[in-house]
Design a protein around this ligand. Sequence first.
Ligand code: F6R
Length: 366
Amino acid sequence: ELGPYRHFMQKEIHEQPRAISDTAEGILDAGDFVPSLFGDEAEAVLADVASVQILACGTSYYAGLTARYWIEALAGIPCAVEIASEYRYRKVVGHPQQLIVTISQSGETLDTMEALKYAKAQGQDKTLSICNVPESAIPRASRLVFYTRAGAEIGVASTKAFTTQLVALFALAVTLGRLRGQVDDAHAAALLDDLCHLPGSVQHALNLEPQIAAWASAFAPYQHALFLGRGTHYPIALEGALKLKEISYIHAEGYPAGELKHGPLALVDAQMPVVVIAPNDALLEKVKSNIQEVRARGGQMYVFADADSSFTESEGVHVIRTPRHVGLLSPIVHAIPVQLLAYHTALARGTDVDKPRNLAKAVTVE
Ligand code: F6R
């Protein structure tokens, strides 16, 4: 069942070009980002959406955080993202034109389900589930559904479910942008083309595995690590830190790079490696100056920089070149190296990669 792979996690990481292309198939077949991708009722439900509230847990929550950038940029409507276990226990201010989006690989996560029920009890009836398991509880309780086609995910650490959730959320952002007249035909066609090329870029990122495995052996002895990113790559920094802690048991934290000097910089010394997600986007110069701040304190930097960027190696700054910058879809490509880094670090430390201690695949209890 594992084929050439040592663990389900490794197999699932490598399945991502296939999983992404299967998930994108319906979109590419439709030839545009159309409401019907989200179900029969979608045209009516999405037509007058004025804001979006995303609810999820863990890695699925990080997919939601990424989507906020896309939804606000492409559709021009406010988007909030909240951890389901927080939302369900506070007084929330909803709105009839607010779209409630739950994201769940399993479709059975109790807190996400309860957050959805709570929203519905407040009179919110525009509900959309992004889910990987057909006919599971959360999509059954939602009016609209987009099923990711990652296939069964067995490793406890979510990988292919995350990147396919991002594809679904990207499609949602563009669809809302189309409905609101913010994304014209030419722009939609260009974004569709980008989506079409995405599996190839993800495959390029997977080909970096030997270089990343070499970094992982340097990483294995560390006790702590920081992950930095900005913009759509800030949630990828959070995801990289979560992957590393859950399977290698190294304490890791993700931060927006601009927050460094507001506290975490105090932690940086030669024992604190800093992973930086540094795509070739409008924020690259800002990220470069954040890197200088860390270097000045003796921290070792591990930077994932796009092939077409001017970023270069220097003393204490190790660089792996990811594929050419892919625009708005870049966080999906940059998710791959941080998954591989966590996987190979765990391998070097000899932990149980597919079944990390204390964790379950579907969290159906509180
Ligand atoms: C992390 C991980 C968890 C899940 C979370 C939500 O690798 O797998 O953080 O993402 O438990 O699960 P779902 O998406 O099934 O609701």
